[in-house]
Design a protein around this ligand. Structure first.
Ligand SMILES: Nc1ncnc2c1ncn2[C@@H]1O[C@H](COP(=O)(O)OP(=O)(O)O)[C@@H](O)[C@H]1O
Ligand SMILES: [Mg+2]
Length: 373
């Protein structure tokens, strides 16, 4: 159903939508058009809304499709993780959300700002006030010749507004919230890796951004230190209400957030949601995780490779609508079972030819051509 090459298709091309019998009346068509107009736009209430985002890089005449129609909605106040294999497009997405890169096509909105149409001035304001970011390389986050306090007050100073005393006070509050009081007057080289990343979080929060983005922030840290850095993100989310998106390889981090979205080949492919459930009998609470596949607005679904592989599904599958689910079946001849039982009513048998393995795809309902035989 989902192939990387068909992402330009129109929604109306989706097969199997039950069309009503007979032509609709004019009044009915008008009613439908009005209903469509009233329907809120995709992601209208999300803080981050990526709609069929595409980013193509061209290097030495070779085209790389880093994002291939990625959809993602993040609600205000969420703390979520993005996971995916190396090269799947995570950093490309983060750079776009950070306002450092511009998508090739699609739409991306963050806190009401349109990331495709911002001019240079708006982009600078966006990076200073709407988003904060923390990178994997600790050295990229902090200025080496400034103390922790100065690193945190610098973004406040750059965006103007507050007086010096107010800036210092606000910075000290952030340092205290992230348990960094003891680091106030040290320079980055006098801090541990974990302290550097927590300081980077404080710097990113300096101008009270709506969104905090972090690209593998614990990638260079051991697991114990990574845990402390993750706690700092959680604190920021809980105490300041900042919406946070963390790209991570760290399974421990990914399993501690309520929502983990997986990216595969430049698209969001699946999502794990976790919630606490209380056992009615014992009263004990436990964290229950469920994995979901993403369904895009045109009805495309990406099936896990393990599932399709284990049933030998390729190119196309048969769908059946049931009252409460949709069945997905491998594309096999409808009469394969009967042929094995030796019944003589198949068309090939009538023609005196045994079906060959190579004919396996000609038995699908509605496909009469056997051109590949
Ligand atoms: N500036 C660039 N120029 C050319 N190709 C790029 C550039 N940035 C990323 N890519 C390519 O885009 C794909 C996605 O990269 P990236 O977003 O960095 O993946 P991830 O962060 O998930 O490892 C990769 O194939 C990468 O080589
Ligand atoms: Mg990356």
């Amino acid at each position: 159903m989902t192939t990387p090459s068909d992402h330009g298709q129109d929604a109306s091309a989706a097969a199997g939508t039950g069309a009503p019998a007979g032509p609709a009346s004019l009044a009915e068509l008008e009613r439908r058009a009005a209903a469509r107009r009233r329907r809120p736009a995709y992601g209208h209430d999300a803080l981050i809304a990526c709609d069929r985002l595409v980013r193509v890089f061209t290097a030495d005449g070779v085209e790389v499709q880093a994002l291939q129609g990625l959809d993602l909605l993040v609600a205000e106040g969420e703390l979520m993780a993005l996971v995916g294999a190396s090269g799947s497009g995570k950093s490309t997405l983060m750079n776009i959300l950070a306002g450092l890169d511009v998508p090739t096509a699609g739409a991306a909105k963050v806190a009401g700002r349109d990331l495709l149409t911002m001019d240079a001035g708006a982009r600078l304001g966006y990076r200073r006030e709407v988003v904060g970011f923390v990178w994997q390389q600790t050295a990229r986050n902090l200025l080496p010749y400034l103390t922790t306090l100065q690193n945190v007050t610098l973004p406040m100073q750059l965006s103007g507004g507050r007086r010096r005393a107010a800036r210092t006070k606000a910075a000290e509050r952030l340092l205290s919230m992230l348990s960094l009081d003891h680091c106030r007057d040290r320079r980055p080289h006098q801090l541990s890796g974990g302290e550097q990343q927590r300081t980077a979080i404080a710097v990113a929060l300096a101008n009270s951004p709506s969104v905090l983005l972090a690209d593998e922030p614990t990638g260079e840290l051991d697991s114990h230190t990574a845990e402390q850095v993750f706690t700092a993100f959680r604190t920021a989310n809980e105490e300041l209400g900042t919406t946070i998106v963390i790209v991570t390889h760290d399974q421990a981090v990914a399993s501690e957030v309520r929502r983990t979205v997986a990216i595969r080949d430049g698209r969001t492919s699946s999502e794990v949601l976790r919630r606490t459930e209380r056992d009615a009998a014992t009263g004990r609470e436990s964290l229950v995780a469920r994995e979901y596949a993403m369904l895009d607005r045109t009805g495309r679904l990406q099936l896990p490779a393990e599932y399709t592989g284990s049933l030998g599904m390729e190119h196309r599958v048969l769908l059946e609508l049931e009252s409460d689910h949709i069945g997905v079946w491998p594309d096999r001849p409808a009469d394969e079972g009967r042929a094995e039982e030796g019944s003589g009513d198949g068309p090939e048998d009538e023609a005196g030819q045994a079906p060959e393995p190579g004919d396996a795809r000609t038995g699908m309902p509605g496909t009469a051509d056997g051109a590949d035989a």
